[in-house]
Write a protein that binds this ligand. Sequence first.
Ligand SMILES: Cc1cc2nc3c(=O)[nH]c(=O)nc-3n(C[C@H](O)[C@H](O)[C@H](O)COP(=O)(O)OP(=O)(O)OC[C@H]3O[C@@H](n4cnc5c(N)ncnc54)[C@H](O)[C@@H]3O)c2cc1C
Length: 393
Amino acid sequence: MDINYSAEELAFRDQVREFLRAELPADIAERVRLGKHLGKDDHQRWQRILNTRGWYAANWPVEFGGTGWSVVQKHIFEEECAAFGAPRLISFGVNMVAPVIIKFGSAEQKAHYLPRILDGSDWWCQGYSEPGAGSDLSSLKTRAVREGDHYVVNGQKTWTTLGQHANWIFCLVRTDPQAQQQRGISFLLIDMASPGISVRPIITLDGEHEVNEVFFDNVRVPVGNLVGEENQGWTCAKYLLTHERTGQAGIGISKAALAHLKQVAAREGRLADPLLRAQIAEVEMQLLAIEVSTLRILAAAQAGGVPGAESSILKIKGSEIRQAISHLLRKVIGPCALPFLEDELAPAFAGAPLHGDYCAGPASQYFNLRKLSIYGGSNEIQKNIISKMILDL
Ligand SMILES: Cc1cc2nc3c(=O)[nH]c(=O)nc-3n(C[C@H](O)[C@H](O)[C@H](O)COP(=O)(O)OP(=O)(O)OC[C@H]3O[C@@H](n4cnc5c(N)ncnc54)[C@H](O)[C@@H]3O)c2cc1C
């Protein structure tokens, strides 16, 4: 196994850096650097730039508009994007529903949905979780009953990230209540403009509107919107979750956050504190270790291996490291760590470079980042997966 970049990979990295230097809008990069909220427009602007370059759908096969990059190239791309402050891609369309459509969808579904994901015509959200079905997802109750050429859908989804922006939702619905839990589930694509759908915001602890509840009241969905076969949706669901977990270690993002933490700590004169220095060193060592592990796993995948429990290990460690960095940043910035103070504090710090540019961002980011160990399968669930696979229980 060789985890060093080859000459070609280094040349590719230069190409990516050149592109980011030229094309990444400075205002977006600045907001990312400060941990501030990005709007739908920011995400769409960056998506269009990537799509124009042909680099938006890195994980798709070339025939559908993908890049054909190796796993190492994808790793380099993600790392450089994070270092330059590019926004993380909203994955519901490009990296979640698209792989499912490519793998299980009909020719018509591929021809219709994939180009619309690439050019940003559609914004997708994920309708998996329900009030009584999170970790135990297969106990979901949203019901779809076949009536002629339509399914009639009734039920509720929750934690629907950015559902307020979405015009499409991919949903797991129960089509056979008699079958064993995982067998009676189907994977449906639903137009959010359908009569009977309502979206209610959930305002989280950081004051943001990021997640929603989505209600379905006799929503009629054409049978042509079923992906794969009826009652075989669990296969799609599992396939999608593998894609969701891929890359969740977020090495590039953590590296950028660590660099920012060190910069801020130096500016605040906090690096003289031996305890803080030790804590930063500890998290940096963990990050380096997980980066090497990621490269090892990628090298094995490139050689034809399939990541199993390893992706769960990366998800746990990656989210813990990202959370630890945000915890340290919160400690370093003192009063600016208080939430919701942007409006009050920013004028007072105007012209004071030490605090003025990072009020509020890190505080709300601290709260927001707690989600990392919950979504995409909580860290406890990942530990169950690891124990099953490694301890062979
Ligand atoms: C910010 C955010 C965004 C999200 N976005 C989406 C989205 O867009 N679409 C979507 O469908 N879902 C989304 N989710 C939902 C997410 O996938 C679920 O929250 C997650 O699967 C956990 O389910 P739950 O919240 O019902 O918790 P529960 O499953 O009730 O778990 C509660 C606690 O018990 C632990 N636990 C549960 N079962 C076990 C077990 N067997 N062994 C050990 N510990 C266990 C869990 O780890 C957790 O700590 C989002 C969640 C958050 C927080």
